[in-house]
Design a protein around this ligand. Structure first.
Ligand SMILES: [Zn+2]
Length: 198
């Protein structure tokens, strides 16, 4: 079997994953000195909400979205945001920010006793709608991605945006199967939100 990992191709280069489509976002900053990147934050996003397959999310993360193209964009006009990764309905993986840098996905947040989760987390956006189901291909891509992230970063927590900003955010919501992700990864239940341990 030929596996690129056996041929010396590095999986990571300066925080960029070799097997993601790379589209650099200007929306990032440096992590604070000494930041311990030990948290993966799961999000859901689609633009316009519930419409899949377009390039609006990539445009949002690169500040090239036409705010007037859809009435739903009014509510987010002028936002400068990003995530490290974006997984489409078919499992296609994009990366916008080096994992060594701080992407702007979490906002006001707190988890495992620490605030400002952007400082020391990696954000993964799933193409979807909060509360609705996600595709098998997305779980497969997600599990593979989490596993390679954990090869490079000392991950000890996986949580949803809803868990790090409760009351303010509700993604990825009840349609995301935490127990499935936990089982796919074989990571300790304690690394996941309580929902995964039910
Ligand atoms: Zn989110």
């Amino acid at each position: 079997m030929t596996n690129p990992r056996d041929e010396g191709a590095p999986l990571w280069q300066d925080g960029w994953y070799a097997f993601a489509r790379r589209l650099q976002s200007p929306n990032f900053s440096s992590r604070p000195a000494g930041a311990q990147t030990d948290l993966i934050v799961v999000h859901s996003i689609s633009l316009p909400p519930g419409e899949y397959g377009g390039d609006e999310v990539q445009r949002l993360f690169t500040n090239t979205l036409d705010w007037h193209a859809h009435s739903a964009f009014k509510a987010i006009e002028g936002l400068t945001v990003s995530a490290h990764f974006y997984i489409r309905r078919g499992g296609e993986l994009w990366q916008f920010v080096s994992c060594d840098d701080r992407a702007w996905h979490a906002g006001v947040s707190q988890y495992r006793g620490r605030a400002n989760c952007n400082d020391d987390s990696i954000g993964i956006e799933l193409e979807g709608v909060a509360g609705e189901p996600f595709e098998p291909a997305q779980y497969e891509a997600m599990a593979a991605l989490c596993a390679v992230i954990a090869q490079r970063y000392d991950v000890q927590h996986v949580a949803g945006h809803e868990h790090i900003a409760p009351g303010r955010k509700r993604d990825p919501g009840a349609g995301f199967d935490w127990a499935r992700l936990q089982a796919d990864l074989g990571w300790p239940p304690a690394w996941f939100p309580a929902a995964a341990q039910a």
